[in-house]
Design a protein around this ligand. Structure first.
Ligand SMILES: Nc1ncnc2c1ncn2[C@@H]1O[C@H](COP(=O)(O)OP(=O)(O)OP(=O)(O)O)[C@@H](O)[C@H]1O
Length: 246
């Protein structure tokens, strides 16, 4: 089998808040081009894990390597550079309501691109990102004029505009109707294919997980309880796993 590069490595991660031991010796590896789903009950520590990976929360112990760099060794500037390679799709979408779609998409370029690069490439970058999510016609619209599914697509376009090597999806289909949720899942697959991006997806939506995952890690009591494909987990008779699939 082809040996792929590890894009994210988490080793023996521990994180507690007082007596609440959220992550206990948690380890995982995400390979280049892979869509990895983290599945766990509410409060199981999925968001804490993602926040540790992008250094928004400091772990108590353990090691996190993102794109070959040990995040604990990076200063603020180096972390900012790394964050440009790690796109985050927030559950809330986090679009700016007072800006048009175009301005929302230009926003990350202001922070991460030089002025010269912006002047040369911003227009094309916005157009391509909108094309990727099938919403070129919304360029001059305001977020309030868009449906929930369209806002999610625009938020994804804004994530894609910096061509991230890694995309972190936080419950990408929550709050959407089943048909729109399916369209977003398909779009996530299209993005994986087009950009060969590596993704971590936090989700409870079993349809989304079935469609998008190459592998699923189940986070239970702070441990990586199971680590397998959706299809294999589906066949498991373990009651803790069945809880999610029945
Ligand atoms: N900054 C914080 N301070 C104290 N406790 C926190 C903090 N952030 C998270 N926690 C606690 O860590 C635990 C895991 O929270 P987390 O948000 O990671 O859960 P989750 O699996 O993402 O849940 P959900 O699916 O509901 O979003 C919870 O008990 C939460 O109260």
């Amino acid at each position: 089998m082809e040996k792929k590069e590890s894009v994210i490595v988490v080793e023996a991660l521990n994180k507690s808040f007082g007596t609440n031991h959220v992550l206990r010796n948690f380890s995982m590896t995400v390979q280049q081009g892979e869509n990895l789903v983290i599945l766990g009950k509410s409060g199981s520590g999925k968001s804490v894990l993602i926040k540790c990976i992008i250094n928004l929360i400091e772990p108590d112990s353990g090691k996190i390597i993102v794109l070959g760099q040990d995040t604990s060794e990076l200063d603020q500037d180096e972390m900012d550079v790394l964050r440009a390679d790690v796109g985050f799709l927030f559950q809330s979408n986090a679009l700016y309501d007072s800006m048009t779609v175009r301005e929302n998409l230009e926003f990350p370029l202001r922070r991460h691109w030089t002025k010269e690069r912006r002047q040369k490439g911003a227009k094309e970058a916005v157009l391509e990102a909108l094309q990727d999510v099938g919403l070129s016609h919304t360029i001059d619209m305001m977020p309030a004029e868009l449906s929930g599914g369209m806002r999610k697509r625009i938020a994804l376009a804004r994530t894609l505009i910096l061509r991230p090597k890694v995309i972190l999806y936080d419950e990408p289909t929550t709050g959407l109707d089943p048909i729109t949720a399916r369209e977003i899942s398909q779009l996530m697959l299209d993005v994986q294919k087009k950009y060969n991006a590596t993704s971590i997806i936090i989700s409870h939506d079993m349809n989304c997980i079935r469609m998008t995952s190459n592998r699923v890690i189940m986070l239970i009591d702070g441990y990586g309880y199971a680590n397998d494909t959706y299809d294999n987990l589906c066949l498991s008779t373990d009651p803790k796993i069945r809880e999610f699939f029945d």
